[in-house]
Design a protein around this ligand. Structure first.
Ligand code: PGA
Length: 240
């Protein structure tokens, strides 16, 4: 069970340090689950420094597939490893929607990150219109195929199922919808599968209690210590 907080474009280096100080003590005796925070690139170092020796890992929100080269604005897996980063998110729907990320570039990023020794959370998920027209499984299969072809079931690879209509909307997939979709994804590739999309302390236990839900990728509710810790506690109780 992994609970990862995706901070998106929030928290400067000093804000990240302060927030991580708040997380340390309450999460220090949590051994039943894995926990990670995903700060913006510039705040990775301060999070890593404050969380050194704690139970909380630090992931980046993206990573490039090349080791180095003429790729302005990108960061490589080796660079992240040198900082002490444990893993990376790839293919988040906001990257796909606003920055031209594709199923293929997502798989390339995931592969390079795994080869460099990072853990990877690769995101997939359908639009509301796609769910409404019964295309959810087709879309997920299309998104998963390059990952399956390029990588397969790697021990450091995790998939995050994030229905786009549930991200930042307060609309969560029902536990039954999450379970059904996770079971479908697991049929394609047998790796841990996180649910993402408006996860909060009060819905986390029911979602995390589904047999094929192996954790959560949390956006908004990961920005405040109280709600992020609440979600970690809820997850912890489902594995206890
Ligand atoms: P949310 O975001 O929890 O704010 O819906 C989830 C995500 O984008 O990873």
């Amino acid at each position: 069970m992994l609970i990862a907080g995706n901070w998106k474009l929030f928290k400067t280096p000093s804000q990240a340090a302060g927030f991580c100080r708040e997380l340390r003590q309450p999460l220090d005796d949590v051994s039943e689950i894995e926990i990670a925070v995903c700060p913006p690139y510039v705040s990775l170092t301060s999070a890593i420094e404050v969380l050194a020796g704690s139970k909380v890992a630090v992931y980046s929100q993206n990573v490039h597939w090349a080791e180095n080269g003429a790729f302005t604005g990108e960061v490589s897996a080796a660079m992240l490893r040198e900082l002490g980063v444990d893993g990376a998110i790839v293919g988040h729907s906001e990257r796909r929607q606003y920055f031209g990320e594709t199923d293929e570039t997502t798989a390339l990023r995931a592969k390079a990150a795994l080869e460099a020794g990072l853990k990877v959370i690769a995101c997939v998920g359908e639009l509301e219109a796609e769910r409404d027209s019964g295309e959810t499984e087709t879309v997920l299969e299309r998104q998963m195929i390059p990952i399956i072809k390029e990588i397969g079931a790697h021990e450091r690879l995790v998939i995050a199922y994030e229905p786009i209509w549930a991200i930042g909307t307060g609309k969560t997939a029902t536990p039954a919808q999450a379970q059904e979709t996770h079971a479908f994804i697991r049929g394609l590739l047998d790796v841990p599968i996180l649910y993402g999309g408006s996860v909060k302390p009060d819905n986390a236990a029911e979602l995390m209690g589904q047999p094929d839900v192996d954790g959560a990728l949390v956006g908004g509710a990961s920005l405040a210590a109280e709600s992020f810790i609440g979600i970690c506690e809820a997850a912890r109780q489902t594995v206890a």
